[in-house]
Design a protein around this ligand. Structure first.
Ligand code: SAH
Length: 453
C-alpha cells in the first residue's frame, strides 16, 4: 500500500515558507510534511504547484508570491537561479552571510556540538569574483554555443554574462566561442558522445592579470588549431597560456588526465599573500582570490605560529597554505594526491626562495601513518580536505600523533561537524568557527576552525 501524503501531484495550494535548505530551497510544511520550493524565502507566502511527492517530502514550483520577504532582491535574472550559477542571488547579501552562519550552527547542533559560530566574513562586492570558469560547449542551431546547464539537467542555457565570474573571463569565453564558430568546430553532444569541444576552461590571475585558456576536446585532432591560437592571441594579448585537454570518456568529470601545450607556458602565474604561484591546469586553486587571502589569514592566525613550529599541511594543493605558513614556522610538511599539484608546489617553494617545506605525493591518510611511525613532533596540523572531509584512517592517525593544535579549513560544514565530533573523542575542543564567504550568491560554505587539546 502506498502511504498517503498530505498533498498530491499537480495540486495547487497556498503555503508559508519557514526555512531555507542548504541548497537554497524554501521549505513549507503541510501537516509536518516538507515541501521544497525553489526561489522562495523564509517568511514569504506563495501559491505553489506540487511537482512531485515522495514518502517523506515533496517538491513544488512557485506560481505566485503573495507576500515577499524584506530580504528578497528584486529584478534578478532568473537564469542564474535556474542554473547552478547563483542559486542564492534572490537573497540579499547580508542575509546570505547569516544563512551560511546559521547552516553551520544547525549542523553543529545536530552533532551535539557546542561551538559558537562567528558572523560570516563577506565581500564588499560579491559579484564578478570567480577567477576560473569551466564553460560547457554544446552544438545548438548548428553552431558551438556556450552557457550553463539548468539545475539537475543537461540542458544548456546559452549565456554570455556569468554574473559571478571575472568579466574579463566572460569576454574571453565569447572570443573563443566565436573562433570555434568561425572555423566550424563542433560543440559536444552528450547523448551521441560526438562533437569536438566539451568545455572552455579559463583561469585569470587576480594580481598577475595573466590568463590561461584550455580547450577540453574529445580528440587531439583539432582542425584550424593554429588559426584558433592566433585568433586568441590577437584578441586577448593577456593570455599567457593556451592548452588542450583530452577528455574522450562518457563522464561528467570536466577535465581528462592529459594536457598539451599549444602556446605560452604550461601554467598560470598568480600571487597570494605576497607569494608567487604557478598553477597547472589540473591543479586545484581557490576560485575567489580576495577571500582566499582572508581565509588563509584566518587559518594562519588560528595556527598561532611563532617561528618554532613543525607544521603538517594536509591536502596542500599547489602549496598555497604551506608557503604562507612556512614564513612563520620552523618546518612545513605538505601532502597532496594530485602529482601535478605537488610538482607546482615544489616549483612554487623554489620560486619564492622558501626552503623549510617538503611536499609528498600521496593520500593524506597514508602520509599521516608514515609520520606517526616516524614520530614526527607535530605542533600544528593544518587540514583543508575536499567536500567528503577527513578519511577515517586520517582521524585515527590524529588520535595517535595527537598534535596540540589542529586547524580545519572546510568547504562542507556537514563533514566538518562529523569530523569535529570524532576529534572530540581524542580530547580536542574548538573555541569557535569562523565562516568566510568564498562563494557569494551560491550555497557553498567555507570556514576555519582551530581545535586544541
Ligand atoms: N590547501 C589547498 C588545496 C585545498 S583543496 C588550497 O587551499 O589551495 C583540497 C586538495 O586535496 C585538492 O588539491 C585535492 O587534490 C586534494 N586531495 C583530495 N583527496 C586527497 C587525499 N586523500 N589525500 C591528499 N590530498 C587529497
Amino acid at each position: 500500500m502506498v502511504a498517503k501524503t498530505p498533498v498530491v501531484k499537480n495540486q495547487e495550494l497556498e503555503v508559508e515558507i519557514e526555512d531555507l535548505t542548504y541548497q537554497g530551497m524554501g521549505v513549507a510544511k503541510i501537516d509536518g510534511y516538507p515541501l521544497f520550493i525553489e526561489d522562495t524565502l523564509p517568511g514569504e507566502k506563495a501559491l505553489v504547484h506540487v511537482l512531485k511527492t515522495e514518502k517523506q517530502y515533496g517538491f513544488a514550483k512557485l506560481k505566485k508570491l503573495e507576500q515577499t520577504s524584506p530580504d528578497r532582491v528584486l529584478a534578478v535574472d532568473h537564469t542564474y537561479t535556474q542554473t547552478g550559477i547563483a542559486p542564492l542571488q534572490h537573497l540579499a547579501y547580508p542575509a546570505q552571510l547569516k544563512f551560511k552562519q546559521h547552516q553551520i550552527q544547525e549542523l553543529f547542533k545536530k552533532q551535539g556540538l557546542h561551538i559558537p559560530v562567528r558572523p560570516t566574513l563577506g565581500m564588499d562586492n560579491p559579484t564578478g569574483y570567480r577567477n576560473k570558469a569551466q564553460i560547457p560547449v554544446r552544438q545548438i542551431n548548428g553552431q558551438a554555443t556556450t552557457g550553463f546547464f539548468k539545475r539537475r539537467s543537461h540542458e544548456l542555457v546559452p549565456l554570455e554574462d556569468f554574473y559571478i565570474q571575472d568579466p574579463k573571463i566572460d569576454a574571453a569565453v565569447i572570443v573563443v566561442r566565436d573562433l570555434l564558430r568561425k572555423y566550424h568546430l563542433t560543440g559536444y553532444d552528450e547523448q551521441a558522445n560526438s562533437g569536438l569541444v566539451r568545455h572552455i576552461m579559463v583561469r585569470r590571475g587576480y594580481y598577475s592579470k595573466d590568463m590561461m585558456i584550455v580547450l577540453v576536446v574529445t580528440s587531439w585532432a583539432v582542425p584550424h588549431q593554429d588559426d584558433i591560437v592566433a585568433g586568441i592571441q590577437a584578441a586577448l594579448p593577456e593570455v599567457s597560456s593556451i592548452m588542450l585537454n583530452l577528455n574522450d570518456k562518457r563522464t561528467n568529470v570536466i577535465l581528462g588526465k592529459k594536457t598539451r601545450l599549444l602556446a605560452g607556458h604550461s601554467y598560470l602565474t598568480d600571487q597570494l599573500l605576497g607569494n608567487t604561484f604557478h598553477i597547472s591546469p589540473l591543479s586545484f586553486y581557490q576560485v575567489n582570490p580576495l577571500q582566499t587571502e582572508v581565509l588563509y589569514s584566518q587559518a594562519i592566525e588560528a595556527a598561532g605560529l611563532t617561528g618554532k613550529e613543525t607544521v603538517i599541511d594536509a591536502y596542500s594543493g599547489i602549496g598555497t597554505i604551506s608557503l604562507a605558513m612556512a614564513k612563520h614556522a620552523k618546518q612545513v610538511y605538505g601532502v597532496e594526491i594530485v602529482p601535478e599539484a605537488v610538482g607546482d608546489a615544489r616549483d612554487n617553494a623554489k620560486l619564492n626562495g622558501i626552503t623549510n617545506v617538503t611536499f609528498t605525493v600521496g593520500k593524506a591518510e597514508d602520509a599521516m601513518q608514515q609520520w606517526q611511525q616516524e614520530e614526527l613532533p607535530v605542533d600544528v596540523l593544518m587540514v583543508d580536505p575536499p567536500r567528503k572531509g577527513l578519511a577515517k584512517e586520517f582521524i585515527a592517525a590524529v588520535g595517535v600523533l595527537l598534535p596540540p593544535k589542529l586547524v580545519y579549513v572546510s568547504c562542507n560544514p556537514a563533514t566538518l561537524a562529523r569530523d569535529i565530533k570524532a576529534l572530540e573523542a581524542f580530547g580536542y575542543h574548538a573555541a569557535q568557527t569562523q565562516p568566510v564567504d568564498m562563494f557569494p550568491q551560491t550555497t557553498s560554505i567555507e570556514s576555519v576552525t582551530a581545535l586544541t587539546r
